[in-house]
Design a protein around this ligand. Structure first.
Ligand code: PEP
Length: 249
């Protein structure tokens, strides 16, 4: 039985003030909620503050990126060990914004995945196609390629205790979510693709949907059998909307 995970990706948003207010509001909105794992991923600058403010709550801490290097002369980077040290649990990798703006390749992302597993952290691997790829009927091929980068180097076992977020790029931040049926079809494809190598691992891997999830569309998305929660961008910055999404899961 898979336990849904709803995770907020705060992206490049926040301040000490916002972290304080948002976590205070989330703690109150989500107190007593069970049956769904919840995590927030603030900017790296605020992880320590967030960890302290989350103490004693059921909300877990996440981060938005990790470097492949473990330590040394890599200016500006953050290692898996540092994220672990600060108390983060779920680490987003392969987000389309990093693939696009930072030219991160499938191979680099597979290395990040391996580094996180080695550190005992849970990767949240984002995959998904662009609008042009979607219109060209390449959705499954793109997702398969992005998954295969991990599968061929680490094997299907890598997805044990890992999370995959299917995030069609055309749905991110656009207000145009995939329909529940569209998302379900891709989620089923992803699970079947992993099952070709290891059925047990495929059955337990958490498959989140991400892309304009909001308080109005979450419940219907979560009725789908292969949608195990959501990775939420914009709506995760509003405690009331995020709480509705969590409760729907
Ligand atoms: C995201 O960036 O991971 C995301 C899903 O954003 P939004 O919910 O704003 O579409």
């Amino acid at each position: 039985m898979r336990h849904p995970l709803v995770m907020g990706n705060w992206k490049l948003n926040g301040s000490k003030h916002l972290v304080n207010d948002l976590i205070t509001a989330l703690r109150s909105e989500l107190s007593g909620v069970v049956g769904c794992d919840v995590a927030i991923a603030p900017p790296v600058m605020y992880l320590d503050q967030a960890k302290h403010q989350l103490a004693g709550s059921r909300l877990a801490l996440g981060a938005q990126n990790v470097d492949v290097n473990l330590s040394g002369a890599f200016t500006g980077e953050v290692s898996a060990a540092m994220l672990k040290d600060i108390g983060a649990k779920y680490i987003i990798i392969g987000h389309s914004e990093r693939r696009t703006y930072h030219k991160e390749s499938d191979e680099l992302i597979a290395k990040k995945f391996a580094v996180l597993k080695d550190a005992g952290l849970i990767p949240v691997l984002c995959i998904g196609e662009s609008e042009a790829e979607n219109e060209a009927g390449q959705t499954e091929a793109v997702c398969a390629r992005q998954l295969d980068a991990v599968l061929t180097t680490l094997g299907a076992g890598a997805f044990e205790n890992a999370v995959i977020a299917y995030e069609p790029i055309w749905a991110i931040g656009t207000g145009k979510s995939a329909t529940p049926a569209q998302a379900q079809a891709v989620h089923k494809f992803i699970r079947d693709h992993i099952a070709k190598q290891d059925a047990a691992v495929a059955e337990q891997v958490i498959l989140q949907y991400g892309g304009s999830v909001n308080a109005g569309n979450a419940a219907e998305l979560f009725t789908q059998p292969d949608i195990d929660g959501a990775l939420v961008g914009g709506a995760s910055l509003k405690a009331d909307a995020f709480a509705v999404i969590v409760k729907a899961a």
